[in-house]
Design a binder for this molecule. Structure first.
Ligand code: PMP
Length: 356
C-alpha cells in the first residue's frame, strides 16, 4: 500500500455556506453482519456539523428570494439545537441577527455553540416541552415583527432534502443496489424530502422510519390536532420525554405529515434510547465514526434490519450529527475524566512520569 495523497477540491469557496451538503456515504467494515453491506451518510461533515445546515440555508435563502425576509431583519426560531446552530452559522455569514428559543432541558453545549456563533438564546421551561419553546418563538415574532423560520411547517424544509440529500444518495448509489434507507425524524424534513426523490427514482428502496420507543407518536396511530397554519394545537397524547435529542417533538409536525399521508415509509421500527447510545459508542470505538444519539439510534435500527435482510442487501443509515454535541449528556456518562484502573496500571508499568 503506497502513501495516501490528496489533490485539493479543485475549487475555492466564496462562503462557508457553499460547503453545505455533499456529505459522504461511508461503509461499515467491522460491526455489521457479514451477509449485508451497511453504509452511513455522515451529516457531521456539514460545516456546522449537522443535517440541519441544509434546512437553515434554504429557509433563509427561500425567504430572501421571495421577499419574506428583509435585509437586516431579525430571524427567530424554536429549536432543540442543531437547527439553531445551523441558522446561527447562516445568519452570521449573511449578517442577520438571530434569536433562538429552546427548552432548558437540551444540552448546554448547544446553547453555548449558538451564542458563540453570535445568536441570542432564550430558554423556556422544560415542563412546557417543545410546544412551549415553539409558542415563545411565535410570540416574539409577532410582538417584534421578526421572521419566524417555522422549520416544522415550512415547505423549504423537505424541499432542500429533495434537492440535495436525496439526489446525493441517488448519485452515490447509481448502478448499485440500495435495498433499505433508514432514518428517524425530528421535523420530518429529511424523510419527506429524501422519500420524494427515492420514490421517484429508486422505488425499490425500502424506507425504514424510526422513532423513540417511549414516544412512539406515529406508531400510536393517533392523529395530530392542528391550527389553521398546520401548527400543533395540542401536545400528542403518546409523547413522553425521551433521550434522543433532535427526534420526535411532542407533536406530529406538518412536514412529517406528508410522509404519513403519502406512504413514504415501508416500515416503522421504534428504538429505545439506551440502544441508540450503545450503538453510537460502538460506531465511535469500533469504526471511528463519531455520531450523536439520533445517529446511534438510526444505526441500531439499521442493524436490526441488517440481521434479517437477505444476503447481499445494501443498507444506508442517516447519521444526523456529531457525538461532540453530547459531551454533557448520558451518551458520555461512563466516559471518565480521570484514569481508570487499567490506565493507572499502564502508568505504573514504566518508571517515569507518573502523576501523584
Ligand atoms: N437528529 C438530530 C440530532 C436532529 O437535530 C434532527 C433535526 N431536529 C434530526 C435528527 C431529524 O431531522 P429532521 O428534522 O429532518 O427530521
Amino acid at each position: 500500500m503506497s502513501i495516501r495523497s490528496t489533490e485539493g477540491r479543485g475549487q475555492r469557496y466564496d462562503s462557508i455556506l457553499d460547503t453545505i451538503g455533499n456529505t459522504p456515504c461511508i461503509r461499515i467494515n467491522r460491526i455489521a453482519p457479514d451477509h449485508v453491506t451497511v453504509y452511513v451518510k455522515a451529516e457531521a461533515f456539514n460545516p456546522a456539523a449537522s443535517v440541519k445546515d441544509r434546512l437553515a440555508l434554504n429557509i433563509i435563502e427561500a425567504a430572501e428570494r421571495d421577499g419574506r425576509l428583509a435585509p437586516g431583519q431579525t430571524v427567530v426560531e424554536a429549536t432543540s439545537g442543531n437547527t439553531g446552530i445551523g441558522l446561527a452559522m447562516v445568519c452570521a455569514a449573511k449578517g442577520y441577527p438571530l434569536v433562538v428559543t429552546m427548552a432548558e432541558s437540551f444540552s448546554i453545549e448547544r446553547r453555548r455553540l449558538m451564542r458563540f456563533l453570535g445568536a441570542r438564546v432564550v430558554l423556556t421551561p422544560k415542563e412546557e416541552k417543545g410546544l412551549g419553546m415553539y409558542r415563545k418563538a411565535k410570540e416574539l415574532a409577532e410582538t417584534h415583527g421578526w421572521f419566524l423560520a417555522s422549520q416544522f411547517e415550512t415547505a423549504d424544509n423537505a424541499d432542500i432534502h429533495e434537492h440535495t440529500t436525496g439526489p446525493e444518495i441517488i448519485a452515490d448509489f447509481a448502478g448499485e443496489r440500495l435495498d433499505y434507507w433508514v432514518t428517524g425524524y425530528g421535523t420530518g424534513g429529511t424523510v419527506t424530502g429524501v422519500a420524494r426523490a427515492l420514490r421517484r427514482e429508486r422505488p425499490e428502496t425500502r424506507i425504514v422510519l424510526t422513532e423513540p420507543a417511549n414516544a412512539a407518536i406515529v406508531s400510536s396511530g393517533v392523529g395530530q390536532e392542528r391550527d389553521g397554519m398546520g401548527a400543533p394545537a395540542l401536545s400528542h397524547p403518546a409523547f413522553e420525554p425521551h433521550p434522543i435529542q433532535g427526534w420526535t417533538p411532542d407533536f406530529i409536525p406538518l412536514v412529517l405529515q406528508e410522509s404519513l399521508d403519502n406512504g413514504f415509509y415501508d416500515e416503522l421500527i421504534p428504538v429505545a434510547g439506551p440502544d441508540g447510545m450503545a450503538w453510537a459508542r460502538r460506531l465511535a470505538a469500533e469504526e471511528g465514526i463519531f455520531t450523536g444519539v439520533s445517529g446511534g439510534s438510526t444505526f441500531a435500527v439499521a442493524m436490526q434490519v441488517a440481521e434479517r435482510a437477505e444476503p447481499g442487501s445494501v443498507i444506508l443509515a442517516m447519521l444526523p450529527d456529531t457525538g461532540e454535541r453530547y459531551l454533557s449528556t448520558p451518551l458520555f456518562e461512563n466516559i471518565a475524566e480521570g484514569m481508570n484502573d487499567e490506565e493507572e496500571a499502564l502508568s505504573r508499568s514504566t518508571p517515569g512520569y507518573q502523576i501523584g
